[in-house]
Design a protein around this ligand. Sequence first.
Ligand SMILES: [Ca+2]
Ligand SMILES: [Ca+2]
Length: 676
Amino acid sequence: MKLHWLVALATIVLASSFLVQAQPVVWRVFSDPSPSIDKALCTCLSGDNVYVIGVENGSTGRIEVRDKNTGNLIKVWRGKGEFYTCTVTGGTLYVGGGNVLATFSLELYEKGRVKLDYAVMQVATDGEYLYIAGWKRLRGNDTAWVIEKRDPALKLVKRYLYNPSIGDEWAWGVGVNPATGELWVVGELYNASSKRLAAREGRALILNRELELQRELKIGGEAALAVAFDENGSAYILTAGDILKLSKAGEVQVASSEGLRPGWLLQPERFFNYILFRDLAEVSYSFFDDDDLYNFTNRADFPLGCGITLQGYFYLFSGELVDNRSNHALYVYDENLKNIFSFTLGGEAERDYEFPTGLAVTDGLNLYVAGSDCAKQGREGAKYDCRWVVYALRPAFPVNVTSNAPVRLAGAGWYSPRETVRITAPLTVEALPGVRYVFRMWKVEKPTWSASQVNPSLEFAVDAPANLTAVYARQYRVEVVSPSALLRSLVRGEGWYDEGAMATLGIRSAEVYFSGNTTLDFCTNSGCSRALFEGWYKDGKLLSNDLSIVILPVNEPMELEARWRVQHYVSVITVHSSAVGEGWYDNGSYATVKLATTDVDAGLVTHRFERWEGLEAGDIIVERGTVKVLVNKPRSLVAVWREDYTRAYLLLGLLLAVIAVAVFAVKARKRAPGAR
Ligand SMILES: [Ca+2]
Ligand SMILES: [Ca+2]
């Protein structure tokens, strides 16, 4: 049991070691000071602190200061004022909301506040002065943009009023272009003289820091809500339906091609409420007073979200609709405003997540943003309970690594933009016997393009989410079983084949002569073997007896048998008599070698068979002169004969006896002369 746990733990450790530690959410904290509506509406940065401003319990101002690195709460301020915009400069936190501007020390001691005669929408700073954009109701339905420059003590330096029509003009955002030092103010013209003829138009103004108008830009048919800049001074304008990128001179360069589709970024219900509210605002305008102004802005929290640029990307914090509920989501746009990535930040069932419209902030490394999530409370969900949600996020893209081969490749995980991915795929992956995978290419798929490379070592700088696939060809081994290495060497076409490919196997010749391990062009009998091709077999069944065979498709490991009839030559040499049995015999059989006669009479001498030279273990002597030879290789038998001289000796003896008798007779005649 313990071992199982250890194994499981080891597996988890192994699995997690393949993830690069750069997940987007550095921290996320909640703040829920009341059982009612608590909403975070803006974030600001200073040193190691992140300031989050918003409201608690519906309408009480709330400012939190948190540790930038951990999200831990350091201090809270509560008081009068519904603040929804902030900026920090010169050791002072400036906040604005409704018709109030207030200053705080970085330790959240209030230093002062001024009451304005207009509704403040957003504040920005050039590090020296404060710039405020808002709008003011002049008379009836005639409103105008108000742009103000104030010193660090909030003393008014200059005001610019923009009122091109007798209808409504609302300024929603302001920013100082870091490249030009110019002031950009964005907003809209809303001519509501009649419901049917209501016309909306986005506008941006470029002013110098003396608040002198430089350019007046038309920004499509939607309200321009916020403006952010990159290091080069390009402006990113968030509108109610789009993101636009403009040069620092104010030329529109590109618009987010797919637009911010209602139902995707704009939650339909809230969008509808927003439209409805705008219509209501039109008819009830005359009842608005200064307090109504900031109720209006507070309640008309556009569902669009907030954005910021960092290192060539535009990050939009907005919602995504899941099962009719909204989650917090991050959308990443590349420099051409192509949406290359979206990431769900958080969402719990039965809660609605939203971000305020405006700007997120960055310290060059992380992004900081605050929003809220709400749940219906009470009988029939009549009441809303919301809480703050604050995030620190590290821009990162997921890199997925997969393969069609059973191989585990390291390198998947989250990568920061421009971080280098390095993965090397093994050239071959062994699988089951007779099955292997051979690397073919890397397929690199990104949101805007895809490419492939055949080099197994992949290295590139991450600039978007990427799906990396190591593409392998599945191969099967086609093997040929042959009786010997020599015969196997005659087979062509054995080896690995891609799945589905065609394999052609062949034998060079149907008849092969050889001696030992050497093939011969011809054979002079003694010491020879030969093989006669009989056909291709699989699992003992004949497939073909042609010299070559085609397998199509190869879709499994295969073992074919090249069946041969192997024979050896049995040679018999005898100097006397004659022998039968010389010739070709199947390997493993017995050859019967027999002398015609074992004794050869040659006059005075008789040749007598004595033995066979060349016998080996396994041979069987049947009788004198007859032997069964085991043919497991070429065999050579030589009959050994013995000469039998018995007859010659006998004849010699007889001859000698005859001679002796003759000599005796001659001598006897000489001794008796008168015998005649
Ligand atoms: Ca609450
Ligand atoms: Ca006007």
